[in-house]
Design a protein around this ligand. Structure first.
Ligand SMILES: [Fe+2]
Length: 233
């Protein structure tokens, strides 16, 4: 069967110098070229917002975005790029969602990408969900398969879905790039048809270049065939 590819990516770190992705504009441009070479036409890039590491704001992201768009125009590169953010669930995020400030989001459905700690399970997932939904947002959990503390605990993933969270899985997880456990959880989630979005989570040109290989994994193809929402963006 021919491999089905994606044209829209919703999770990456391509903006220059504002998180642990592209370190400078040259790296950003290389990543853009790699996405184009992989057949992508649209990227919703999602810089980290993390109170201890990368306290980005809409302004800091907008500035880096403007630098990239200008450099792409000078080089004649055509790729539709928008930005949102990848919010880390920490106290600062809790403060933010309790205020009246805008939360960076994407699509008319106002999807908000949230990541949890890799070390310990999050607390307050019901409250976070309800706060965001009350403000008109739809929370999406970034790479649920990478939260290894939930391996073998499909019930926890089911609970998150029952609350109303959507799942965005990383394409490279299916190829084992983060290890065996994320690959196993990816397979489990794909088997359940619980993957609403696929993302590259690319932090480097190499990660973008490898997408064509990882996307061939049967669990990724199954998620695409099942109708991931990337196509609707
Ligand atoms: Fe990310």
């Amino acid at each position: 069967m021919p491999v089905i590819k994606l044209e829209t990516d919703i999770h990456s770190h391509i903006l220059p110098g504002i998180d642990d992705g592209a370190a400078n504009i040259n790296e950003s441009l290389d990543m853009v070229k790699a996405f184009i070479a992989q057949g992508y036409t649209k990227i919703i890039t999602t810089p980290h917002i993390h109170s201890l590491r990368y306290w980005n704001t809409k302004d800091s992201i907008q500035k880096a975005y403007d630098i990239l768009i200008e450099a792409m125009s000078k080089e004649g590169l055509h790729l539709d790029i928008e930005f949102a953010a990848e919010y880390y669930l920490d106290n600062k995020f809790l403060e933010l969602i309790c205020q009246d400030e805008e939360i960076l989001n994407f699509s008319e459905n106002k999807y908000v990408l949230i990541e949890f700690s890799f070390k310990s399970p999050p607390i307050g997932v019901d409250m976070v969900y309800n706060k965001l939904v009350d403000k008109g947002y739809q929370p999406v959990i970034a790479h649920p398969e990478r939260y290894e503390y939930w391996v073998g605990n499909l019930g926890m993933f089911e609970r998150l879905r029952d609350i109303g969270y959507l799942f965005q899985c990383n394409i490279h997880s299916a190829a084992g790039l983060y290890g065996k456990i994320p690959m196993r959880i990816f397979n489990d989630l794909s088997g359940k048809n619980w993957i609403e979005f696929l993302g590259s989570d690319a932090h480097s040109t190499h990660a973008v270049s490898q997408l064509g290989t990882s996307i061939q994994r049967s669990a990724v193809q199954k998620a695409i065939l099942n109708g991931v929402r990337n196509h609707a963006l």
